[in-house]
Design a protein around this ligand. Structure first.
Ligand SMILES: Nc1ncnc2c1ncn2[C@@H]1O[C@H](COP(=O)(O)OP(=O)(O)OP(=O)(O)O)[C@@H](O)[C@H]1O
Length: 355
C-alpha cells in the first residue's frame, strides 16, 4: 500500500498543510489534541473535502481538485474505526460484526478468522451495553475488517481506556499489524506510536509534512512538544538473544550491539522495540568497569546539537544510533566532537519495552 497525501484543508479558522507519502504497514499520525490528526484521517477517508490538492491510495487517485475528482467514501474501500466504537446498541456483537457494507462480488470475509484475530469468541452473543470499552473497540475493529478494506484507519483506538484495558488491546493491535491490512493510526500517546509505528507523520503548527521512521520523528523538537517530553527518545529495534540465567535480565541484540534490559516476557529470537530517554544516557571516555551501568557501549559521536539548555549528542556504532542529552559543562569536560570514540552508559532499568 502506498498512501500519497498532498493537500490543504480549511475548517473554520483551522487550516492544515499536508504533504507525505507512506508505504508502511502502520503509519501513525502523531500530534497533540486539536492539531488536526482526525481532520487528516477524515480527508483520506473522504469524509472531508480538502480546499485543494490530491489524495491517492496505491496509485488510484481518490481526490484531485485540479480535475474535480472526488471518490465518495463508500467507494474508497477504507475501514474507519471512530474514537467511540459506534456499535448498534440493539444488535449483538455478531450482528454488529456482520453489518458492514460489502462490495458486490467480493468473497465473504471469514468471520471466524477475524473473531480469532481479535479474540472475540466469548463476546459474539453480547450486546454493546455489556461490553467493556476495550471489547467494544475490538468489535468495531472487527466490523471494519470484515468490509475487506484496503486501508484501516484507527482513530485513537485506546483513548479513554485505563492502563489495564489498553494492555489488553495492544497485543491484538500487534497481531493486526502483522496479519491485517495497512493501518493509518491516529494517536497522541507516545507509548502507542513508539510501539506500533513503522512511519510517523508529525501533525502540528498547521503542518503534517513527511512520514519518518519513529526514531527520526522523535528526534525532532516538534515531537517533544507534541508528546510533552522533556528530552528526545531513542526508539531502538532489536531481537531478544536470551535471558540472564539468574532470571533478572534480558539480553537484546540491537543491530549487532548487545544490550541488557530488565527481564522481559519475550522469547529468544523475537523482535521487540525498546525506548531510551536521552537523559538516561551518560558518556565516558574510558570504560568505567567498576560502575553499576549494565550497558557500557563503545560508540562514536556522530553529531552535536544545542537543545534547550543541554547538548543533544547523537552516537553511532555499526547500525545502532543512540541519543544522549548532556550538559554543556559535560560536553566541554569531555571535549566532545564528531568522530570521538566514547562509551555510552545506560542502566538496564532505563530501557522501556514498547513492543
Ligand atoms: N467541524 C468543524 N468545523 C470547524 N472546525 C473544526 C471542526 N472539527 C474540528 N475543527 C477544528 O479543527 C482542528 C483540528 O481538529 P481535529 O479533531 O482534527 O484535531 P485532533 O488532532 O484529531 O484532536 P484530538 O486528538 O483531540 O482528537 C481543531 O482546532 C478543531 O477545533
Amino acid at each position: 500500500m502506498t498512501l500519497d497525501v498532498s493537500c490543504q484543508i480549511e475548517r473554520g479558522d483551522f487550516s492544515l498543510e499536508i504533504d507525505f507519502s507512506s508505504d508502511a504497514r502502520i503509519t501513525c499520525l502523531f500530534g497533540r489534541s486539536g492539531s488536526g490528526k482526525t481532520t487528516l484521517a477524515e480527508v483520506v477517508a473522504g469524509l472531508i473535502r480538502p480546499r485543494s490538492g490530491r489524495v491517492a491510495l496505491d496509485g488510484e487517485v481518490l481526490f484531485d481538485d485540479s480535475t474535480g475528482l472526488s471518490i465518495p467514501t463508500w467507494k474508497r474501500r477504507i475501514g474507519y474505526v471512530f474514537q467511540d466504537a459506534r456499535l448498534f446498541p440493539h444488535m449483538t456483537a455478531r450482528d454488529n460484526l456482520l453489518y458492514g457494507p460489502r462490495r458486490a462480488g467480493d468473497p465473504r470475509p471469514d468471520l471466524e478468522e477475524i473473531v480469532a484475530l481479535l479474540g472475540l469468541e466469548a463476546l459474539l452473543e453480547r450486546r454493546p451495553g455489556v461490553l467493556s470499552g476495550g471489547e467494544a473497540r475490538r468489535v468495531a475493529i472487527g466490523r471494519a475488517l470484515l468490509t475487506r478494506p484496503r486501508l484501516l484507519i484507527l482513530d485513537e483506538p485506546l483513548s479513554g481506556l485505563d492502563g489495564a484495558r489498553r494492555g489488553e488491546i495492544l497485543p491484538y493491535l500487534d497481531q493486526l499489524s502483522r496479519a491485517g491490512p495497512p493501518i493509518l493510526y491516529v494517536s497522541h500517546a507516545v507509548e502507542e506510536v513508539a510501539r506500533l509505528a513503522d512511519r510517523v507523520v508529525l501533525v502540528g503548527d498547521g503542518r503534517a509534512v513527511g512520514a519518518e521512521p519513529p526514531d527520526q520523528a522523535f528526534d525532532r523538537p516538534e515531537a517533544e512538544t507534541a508528546a510533552g517530553l522533556s528530552a528526545p527518545l531513542s526508539i531502538l529495534d532489536g531481537r531478544v538473544s536470551g535471558h540472564d540465567p539468574a532470571g533478572c535480565a534480558t539480553r537484546i541484540d540491537l543491530a549487532g550491539t548487545p544490550f541488557l534490559s530488565p527481564l522481559l516476557d519475550v522469547a529468544p529470537g523475537e523482535r521487540l522495540r525498546i525506548v531510551v530517554d536521552a537523559r538516561d544516557v551518560a558518556l565516558a571516555l574510558t570504560d568505567p568497569i567498576d560502575a553499576s551501568f549494565q550497558n557500557r557501549l563503545p560508540m562514536r559521536v556522530a553529531s552535536l546539537e544545542t537543545r534547550g539548555d543541554g547538548v543533544l549528542t547523537r552516537l553511532e556504532a555499526g547500525g545502532l544510533t543512540l541519543k544522549a542529552l548532556v550538559t554543556p559543562q559535560a560536553c566541554r569536560q569531555l571535549d566532545l566532537t564528531p568522530g570521538l570514540p566514547v562509551i555510552a552508559l545506560v542502566k538496564a532499568t532505563a530501557a522501556a519495552r514498547y513492543a
